[in-house]
Design a protein around this ligand. Structure first.
Ligand SMILES: C[S@@+](CC[C@H](N)C(=O)[O-])C[C@H]1O[C@@H](n2cnc3c(N)ncnc32)[C@H](O)[C@@H]1O
Length: 311
């Protein structure tokens, strides 16, 4: 896929109806030869819209107006390029717990959670947040995660979590102001609700930090999983991670996770894992597919705002 197509696709399938400012920027970038030429100096994995826009926001550049964005990006390219090479998209979205919850609540309790590609670890607290699926509310903790659900009964209980650990190539620390600024910069401009829940979830995590280990999701998974208490159900899960992992390593990861006891929950775009029997997504916008032990169960939007159950 050319860089122009990547930005046009991002505009049409990820930002339309979700972030008008990023939709405008993505369309403008997809049509601007100079910005595309600069982006093409980066390795393909570093050309992502989320990374470019997040870095420009981190540096204090304008993201409301495409002309101002272009002038800033072209004029400040050396520092933008340096930051894009040094950083990765590490958006940590606790809203994704609303998608995980129906599966987690249905597994034999208590649970030992192992989040691979955990970023700062904010998805490791599904038992501490509260949820609203339509009229149905569950839990009382902050933040409240709202999810439009169809085709499923909302979970009746929160899971009981007795152990939680995260694995990431570059774990972020929500108590470090620089890491928190990067997490904030990765949230799309109009999403004040996501910014508020980042703060609330970060405060919760800071009060009771999880075990976060720096490592690779293939090489370092077995050793971390071995630390989980045997009396709990081990649940290895990942959300929006494997698209950053080259295909041969994805296969190695699937082999590694299948060799472990317990269960495996994946929540990834549909082209990332070759899952059998996927129905058509509910609409043209990009959806993640939720699966348990390789069986697909539901479509969902990438910040956990909708879930459409089909399993
Ligand atoms: C887009 S973030 C998603 C974070 C979190 N799972 C969520 O949904 O909020 C992807 C994370 O995967 C991590 N990652 C990418 N490749 C990895 C690998 N080979 N091993 C461990 N972590 C990896 C990145 O560092 C990043 O923090």
């Amino acid at each position: 896929m050319s860089t122009a197509s990547v930005y046009a696709d991002f505009a049409a399938r990820e930002t339309r109806g979700v972030s008008p400012s990023y939709e405008r920027l993505s369309i403008a970038v997809s049509r601007d030869d100079e910005t595309l030429r600069l982006l093409d100096r980066l390795p393909p994995a570093k050309r992502q819209p989320n990374l470019l826009f997040g870095v420009v926001r981190l540096l204090g550049g304008p993201v409301d107006d495409p002309a101002a964005f272009r002038a800033y990006t072209v004029g400040n390219w050396p520092v933008i390029e340096e930051q894009m090479r040094a950083r990765a998209t590490q958006t940590n979205e606790p809203g994704r717990c609303a998608v995980l919850l129906p599966v987690l609540a249905a597994l034999p309790q208590p649970l030992a959670l192992l989040d691979v590609g955990a970023s700062a670890g904010l998805c490791l607290y599904p038992d501490r947040y509260s949820y609203r699926y339509g009229e149905h509310q569950i839990g009382a903790g902050d933040p409240l995660l709202e999810c439009a659900a169809s085709g499923m009964e909302p979970p009746a209980r929160l899971p009981e979590v007795v152990w939680r650990a995260g694995l990431d190539l570059n774990p972020l620390d929500v108590t470090d102001p620089a890491d928190l600024m990067w997490l904030d910069a990765l949230i799309w401009p109009e999403h004040a609700h996501r910014r508020a829940r980042l703060r609330a979830a970060a405060a919760r995590l800071a009060a009771d930090p999880p075990l976060l280990v720096r490592g690779d999701l293939v090489d370092d998974l077995p050793a971390l999983a071995a630390l989980a208490p045997a009396a709990a159900t081990l649940v290895v899960f990942h959300t929006s991670v494997l698209y950053q992992v080259p295909p041969p390593r994805r296969e190695a990861f699937v082999a590694a996770v299948r060799a472990l006891p317990g269960h495996w929950i994946a929540n990834e775009p549909p082209d990332v894992l070759a899952l059998p029997g996927l129905p058509t997504p509910p609409e043209a916008a990009l959806h993640n597919v939720l699966s348990l032990d390789g069986t697909p169960l539901a479509w969902n939007r990438s910040h956990g705002q909708t879930i459409t159950w089909f399993g």
